[in-house]
Write a protein that binds this ligand. Structure first.
Ligand code: NAD
Length: 256
């Protein structure tokens, strides 16, 4: 019989979670982890992202309507991301990765490069990367690109429009097979700074709650860290409420 873990009320002092080598940890980060680095989440501004309607700047339809506006938006995000630094939450996950190696699967919904700048390796960017560009039409592989195209980039060599290599609303996130495998085998599932409203990312925790680990046969422990309870809070064993930069460095006790 499976005994559910106690749900911990907000404001309760949380003990750190002991982690041994070989513990399989799946971490999903959202825009909230980068907020203390100065990158705004879109929930902060009531469904707008930096004053823009999501429909205009984060859908394929918006891009086809006005590619120049979309490129200006992502170019400004590139310029902003060039000047920001990782915060203690990104560094804490880099330390966890150095301890666990391949047993940490770090999956981010963020397009910014702050996990890499903190030293994390093998970050899975399920919603793509701000500093990569691809073609809207052809299969040319995406390429690293730090340029800001305020008036739009030149066309692809096939003649079609180039676009930022980010996953927009209505598009399939990247590498869902790998994500599914890692989620199915984890012992601990942690989400940091995500409102729980963007699917399929927001649905991963309910998979963990409903299916025991393919690796151990036991149910994984599910933990949320963020400023407020996410929309999918009912699926977490614990919601630790507060700033990621303050809570995450204290979350794990790495046992040598
Ligand atoms: P969201 O904007 O929907 O929610 C952010 C969550 O973070 C909120 O619940 C908020 O309470 C919490 N938060 C804010 N400050 C925090 C802090 N200091 N510590 C901990 N939590 C904090 O974000 P989402 O769920 O990730 O979905 C947004 C989508 O927009 C994603 O798909 C992402 O690709 C995109 N986005 C990315 C970036 C980025 O790359 N940094 C920024 C904005 C939006």
């Amino acid at each position: 019989m499976v005994v559910p873990l106690p749900r911990v009320a907000p404001g309760t002092a949380f003990p750190p979670i002991p982690i041994q080598r070989g513990t399989r940890v799946f971490v999903l980060t959202g825009a909230g982890i980068s907020a203390e680095s100065g990158i705004r989440t879109f929930r902060d501004s009531g469904g707008l992202w930096e004053q823009h309607d999501i429909e205009d700047v984060a859908t394929p339809e918006g891009f086809l309507r006005n590619p120049r506006l979309v490129w200006r938006f992502y170019s400004e995000r590139r310029q902003q991301a060039a000047c920001v630094a990782p915060n203690p939450a990104h560094h804490a996950l880099a330390r966890l990765g150095a301890f666990l190696g391949d047993d940490l699967f770090l999956c981010t919904q963020n397009v910014d490069p702050l996990h890499e700048r903190a030293g994390s390796r093998a970050v899975h960017h399920m919603h793509g990367e701000l500093f990569r560009t691809c073609c809207f039409e052809c299969d040319r592989p995406s390429f690293a690109d730090e340029k800001a195209y305020l008036e739009g980039p030149p066309p692809c060599e096939c003649g079609a429009l180039l676009r930022p290599d980010v996953v927009w609303f209505g598009e399939m996130p990247k590498g869902m097979d790998r994500i599914g495998e890692a989620v199915s085998a984890c012992d601990i599932f942690l989400t940091v700074g995500s409102s729980g409203s963007v699917y399929p990312a927001a649905g991963l925790v309910s998979h963990v709650r409903n299916f025991p680990s393919a690796h151990t046969g036991r149910f994984a422990r599910t933990i949320y860290i963020g400023l407020e309870r996410p929309e999918n809070a009912h699926s977490f064993d614990e919601c630790r409420l507060g700033k990621a930069g303050e809570l995450l460095p204290e979350l794990f006790l790495l046992e040598e």
